[in-house]
Write a protein that binds this ligand. Sequence first.
Ligand code: SF4
Length: 221
Amino acid sequence: MEQSAVDTLLGWQSALRLEAVAAKLRKRGFEVEVCANREAAGARVLAMAASAQSIGFGGSLSVACLNLTRTLRDAGKEILNHGFPNLTAEERDLIRRRQLTCDLFLSSVNALTDEGVIVNVDGVGNRVAAMIYGPRHIVLVVGRNKLVKGDVEAALNRIEEVAAPVNAYRLGCKTPCAATGACAHCAGHNEGSICRVTTVIRQRPLYSAVTILLVDEDLGL
Ligand code: SF4
């Protein structure tokens, strides 16, 4: 059997898994769409952005993979991205605060369980705050690599083993994991730690409009 045939078989299984998670998320009150790939997810975000003026970016690599900034800017949208280069600390802070009340906030998640529970670990907290309450519309772009089998503990394991150490390295943090690639549980006693806040979202926050795009492709960390 050729690899392309194997990929087709694995794709069948992956699509079924995403549909199953989508059903669980809908029962938890979220709007959910399954997208075959990043291009399809990007098209959906652009469609949802049509009625928005201010677009907040939570610092997600998954969202960055969609390459939407130029298109949105050309459409006259205000881009609120604290990750743009050459910003002062004050400018980054102001942008983060404005993300909390933007029209459309774009982010991903650190882990999503097969039961539809969203788990995040954050350092600043602006990302998790904005995905809970504030923006008119919150869109979470979630690649299939973010799915975990099991409970919140399994989600936290994924974050500890993959997302947090690699993000710490990417961001140039002064943490043990940024040097070794492995978590040394520095939260609570290291000024450089990016693991300061943990959120578990079990249901759509009561007054928030949240759409989750499940992407049948690996995206982000
Ligand atoms: S707790 Fe510290 S060492 Fe562990 S992943 Fe977070 S920042 Fe890295």
